[in-house]
Ligand binder design. Sequence first.
Ligand code: PLP
Length: 370
Amino acid sequence: MSRFTRATVNVSALRHNLERVRALAPGRKVMAVVKANAYGHGLADVAHALSAADAYAVATVQEARDLRGAGVDGRIILLEGIHRADDLSTVSELDLDMVVHDHSQIKFLSNESKLRGVRVWLKFDTGMNRLGFHADELPNIYQTLRNCPAVAKEIYLMSHLACADEPDNEHTRAQIERWHQAMRGYAGEKSLANSAGILVWPRTHADWVRAGLMLYGVSPVAGFVAENHLLQPAMTLSSELIAVHQVRGGETVGYGATYECPEDMMVGTVAIGYGDGYPRFRRPGARVVIHGRQCPVIGNVSMDMTCVDLRDVPNAQVGAEVELWGQQLPIELVAQWADTIPWVLMCGITRRVEMEYVAEQAAPSEARAC
Ligand SMILES: *Cc1c(COP(=O)(O)O)cnc(C)c1O
């Protein structure tokens, strides 16, 4: 290994978090949302680790193809369905479930003469206004799909929540009301909850829950971290110090000379930057963990390197392990410092970062040094 910048994914944590979903939504089926390379954790490895899920959910046909290519034979739901008619043959060939949220997709299905038994999730809009039919259209569309020879007998229904991550939110209450009203009289299995719905809004659990973020051991709820929900962070992003030096008081650090040393002090340079997906920070307070201590990030994060204040870890030397987020430092905090959300951070890990999979808690850095 030429560079020590890596994302360690603890597959035991993934499994633990799936168990948490089951404990919070007992008796419900669980869709493991593994779109966007399993939120940056690695599609195939995560899918295999979560084989106890009742289905996987992805955003694109290519993601579904990649899952099948990795030997995954469980159910796979295309969360946005398909966008062109000839993808219907792929849906059939790969045995996928597809969401139907638009009239164009109904046309694809109606024009299909050979295929049979396509499993459809009819998506309607309860107030997110991103995807889905209006509730008024539901009865007609439902009937059209029932009469469509290509479509399987049982039709599933779903909708999506816009603000479930805010407890006590009025918009969510209104969405839940619309959901329950529109669902009256439909026999098929139904799905509304994302992670925040699972954690905060039990009335959204329905028959299927769609767990994304929480499976990776991250809280979607503002002001909370994983352990508040008894979740375990699955990813630890770490690197190492590649330089340690003393900088004189009054000298500045990094591009733009934005940080001025208040005194003579030890400054460490970490081999990670935005070229790895580590964010530039817009708010004060960003920290990393070295030898179990939180050390401030100083100056601007650059493409390959990040400087840190080593005054609290006088023994830190070149080669010392640095945790950017994970077991010792909640990604929820890092997201706040960067004025972004944990989803963005995890999806932003670049290919330069080595992925590593462990089945239990990662060994401490000392054991890894060579
Ligand atoms: C991504 C996605 C989810 C998962 O959301 P999390 O907040 O990560 O749990 C659920 N449902 C739909 C439709 C999605 O697009």
